[in-house]
Design a protein around this ligand. Sequence first.
Ligand code: PLP
Length: 396
Amino acid sequence: MNKELSEFSERVMAKRGVEFITPLDMKVKTRALEKEGRSIIHLEIGEPDFDTPENIKKAGITAIQEGYTHYAPSQGLPELREAAASYISTTREIDVSPDEVVITPGGKDVIFYSMMALLKSGDEVIAQNPGYYPYETDAKLFGAGVVPLPLLEENDFSFDREQFKKLITPKTKLITIISPANPTGNIFSQEDLEVIAEEAIKNDIYVLSDEIYSRIVYEGEFRSIASIPGMKERTIILDGFSKTYAMTGWRLGYSVSNKTLAKIFNKFLVSSNSCVATFTQIAGIEALTGPQDAVEKMNAEYRKRKNLVVKGLNEINGISCRMPKGAFYAFPNIKKFGMGSNEFALYLLNEAGVAVIPGSTFGEMGEGYIRISYATSMDNLEEALNRIKKATEKIS
Ligand SMILES: Cc1ncc(COP(=O)(O)O)c(C=O)c1O
C-alpha cells in the first residue's frame, strides 16, 4: 500500500491504541463460534428484533408491484420529503419545508455528508464521548481533529457544562450530539441543549443533532436543539426509520438542514447513490403517515426489557448499571473486575457465549463499560443475565 493510502486507512480506522471492536466485527467473531456449535446470545447489534410493521411492508410490496422500481429524484420523493417536513415541523415545533429535507440511504449517511460538507483538514469537531463511533471515524477521515466531550456516569451520562465551554476553539466547526444516546441511553436536558446552543450561536458553529432514537423514550422528554430560537439554521437533524419502525435493512433516513446544506447533500447523493430505492421511500411515506400503534407496542416491549436487564445487571456482584432514559441500550459499569472493556467483552463471549460491545468502541470515556442491546426477547435476556452472572462469579 502506498504511504498516502496507508495514512488514509489509519484515519478511517481512528486508531486509539486499542483494538476497536465494532458490532459488525463482533458478529464475525460470534459467527465463527456458532460454526463450532457454540450457543451465543446476541446483545451486540443495535437493531430491533421486531419485524417491520405489516402496513409498511405492504406499502413497499405494492410499490414494487405498481412499478416503482426506477430512479427517484436524488433529493427524495417530494411526497416523502413533505411527510418528513411535516413530521419534524410538528414534533420539533419549527417550520420545515420539503426543500430542507434530503432523503438518504440510512441516517448514517447524514453523518458522512455533514462532515464532508463542513470539515477540512485541521478543523475540530466536538463529539460526545462515549458516542456512536462513526462520529469519530468520519471526522478523522476528513482530516479533522476530534475533541471528546466527556459524558460522565456520575452526571447520569450528561456532560459538565463549564468543561464543554472550554472545549470550543476558533477551529471548532461542528458539535455532534446524540440524544437519546447510543451507547448510554441518556437524554440531554433542555438546560444542556441551551448551553450548547448558546455557544454554537456565539461562535458560529453548526450542530449535528442525531435524533434517530427520539421516539424511543421511557423517562423525561426528548427535545431537539433545533427548537431553540436561532438554532434551526445551524442544526442538521439526523433522523430515520431504522430504529422507530424496525426498518434497518430498508436503508432509509433523512436530514433536515438549511437549504444551502440540503443542496450540497443532494449533490453528494447525485455523485454517489443517485437516490434511495423508490419503493423503500414509498414504504417510508406509509411509516410516517400511517398508523403508529406498532411503534407504541415495540416501545412498550423495550421498556419491559430495559427494566429486566437493568435490575438483573445490578443484582450481579461487580456490575452497576444506570437506568437508561431512551434508545435500547444498557451501559453497565464493569470497572470492578479490573479488566479492560475489550478484554471483558471477549471474556463474556468466550466464557459465557454472550456477545456485547466493549465500551471503548465508543471512545476513551467508554473504557470500563460494556454496551448491551436489549433489542432481543425477554427469554434471551434472562438467559444472558444468568450466563453473565455465572461467568463473572469466576473472576470476582
Ligand atoms: C446514534 C445512531 N445514529 C445513526 C445510526 C444509523 O442508523 P441507520 O443508518 O440505520 O438509519 C445509528 C445506528 O445504529 C445510531 O445508533
